[in-house]
Design a protein around this ligand. Structure first.
Ligand code: NAD
Ligand code: TYD
Length: 352
């Protein structure tokens, strides 16, 4: 399938920016990317530094809020959008517990606006790919995996808003025949992840000698996937996936949180020995649990593997080492985020 004008939403975030780099440099995609991002606290144009210079004809950025329906209709017409890869979302569970409002607006209403804009394009529209999460399935006990047939049972405002958007995507395929694909992926990690999520937060706190807050007993399990493996899976589904279908994506890397934090401590000790000596594990601090904290996620991706041949390339040990090296080599990136400096830069460049 040839795509000429691909709208990527949320392309300045963690996975979106990795996807744009991957698509332009590592795949057969020859079209143009229009990156529409409203630049919330999590959207950082620095994640895409150098991309415009390297691909001046094939990449452009528009500051745009997916909650602004008329603006989306304009963008779709102006750039003759023929496909969408939809990443834009409020993505952090802890924030959704404190303030769910923006999750409802962006994740549900924003997705609805995009679906409407795509529908209005009529027959020329080729594909709407929706990026979602395994969290829509709820929590697993000690055994078993989520399949595409697992009933939805979201437990946080974040996962409930993502579940809602998944249902809308499915309905637009069934009702209007919109060509859609949907992927539900496990926890990602890698370069450019905003340091509120477990792995980058622990890396930076360990480097700075700050406490490492582990929720509850630290025995909750997530299934971790290196971000470029996710990007490869998304592109495979967009190119070859059956329209109207959902595909689970996972890393075959189930880990307890405490084991991850200990691995991070040991790797940081190895790669950046503390000046004053002392092992980073001493920084581990158990804190009260997250309300409604899902116990375990694990993904069965045999549909994606069987139909389209995808499987993850990176092991957790090698991916984590790469990730820590990236954060060590990019201290200015995280310093600007942690000091808030990047947000004043965004205001200067792009306005409010
Ligand atoms: P992120 O928080 O790093 O980035 C989100 C991006 O969306 C930011 O650039 C932000 O500015 C933009 N955005 C937010 N609201 C917007 C709006 N109203 N209009 C336009 N842009 C807006 O998120 P991420 O971790 O890169 O996740 C991307 C997608 O992948 C999300 O849909 C998320 O649900 C999904 N997902 C994430 C993970 C994970 O582990 N991070 C796993 C599975 C699925
Ligand atoms: P997170 O990165 O927020 O992803 P998600 O909630 O979407 O899975 O959290 C991953 C796991 O790490 C989750 O079980 C909560 C836990 N966690 C901590 O123990 N401490 C922390 O400071 C954070 C941010 C997460």
């Amino acid at each position: 399938m040839d795509i000429e004008n691909l709208l990527v939403t949320g392309g300045c975030g963690f996975i979106g920016s990795n996807f744009i780099r991957h698509l332009l440099a590592k795949t057969g995609f020859r079209g143009r990317i229009i990156n529409a991002d409203s630049l919330t606290y999590a959207g950082n144009p620095e994640n895409l530094s150098g991309v415009k210079d390297e691909f001046p004809e094939r990449y452009l950025f528009r500051k745009a809020d997916i909650c602004d329906a008329p603006l989306l209709q304009e963008l779709f017409a102006e750039y003759r959008i023929d496909a969408v890869c939809h990443f834009a979302a409020e993505s952090h569970v802890d924030r959704s517990i404190k303030r769910p409002d923006s999750f409802i607006q962006t994740n549900i209403i924003g997705t609805f606006n995009l679906l409407e804009a795509a529908r209005a394009r009529g027959g020329g529209f080729r594909l709407f790919h929706h990026i979602s999460t395994d969290e829509v399935y709820g929590s697993l006990g000690p055994v078993g995996h989520f399949t595409e047939e697992t009933p939805y049972r979201p437990n946080s405002p974040y996962s409930a808003s993502k579940a809602s958007s998944d249902h809308l995507v499915r309905a637009y395929h069934e009702t209007y025949g919109l060509p859609t694909t949907l992927s539900n992926c496990s926890n990602n990690y890698g370069p450019c992840q905003f340091p509120e999520k477990l792995i980058p937060l622990m890396i930076l706190n360990a480097l700075e000698g700050k406490p490492l807050p582990v929720y509850g007993d630290g025995r909750n399990v997530r299934d971790w996937l290196y971000v470029t493996d996710h990007c490869e899976a998304i592109w495979t589904i967009m190119m070859e996936g059956r329209r109207g279908e959902t595909y689970n994506i996972g890393g075959q890397a189930e880990m307890e949180n405490i084991a991850i934090v200990e691995m991070i401590c040991d790797l940081v000790d190895e790669l950046a020995p503390a000046a004053a000596g002392g092992f980073r594990r001493r920084l581990i601090t158990y804190v009260p649990d997250r309300p409604g904290h899902d116990r375990r996620y694990a993904i069965d991706f045999s549909k994606l593997h069987g139909e389209l041949g995808w499987s993850p390339g990176e092991s957790f040990a090698s991916g984590l080492r790469k990730t820590i090296r990236w954060y060590l080599a990019n201290r200015a990136w995280s310093d600007r985020i942690r000091s808030g400096e990047y947000q004043s830069w965004i205001r200067e460049q792009y306005g409010q």
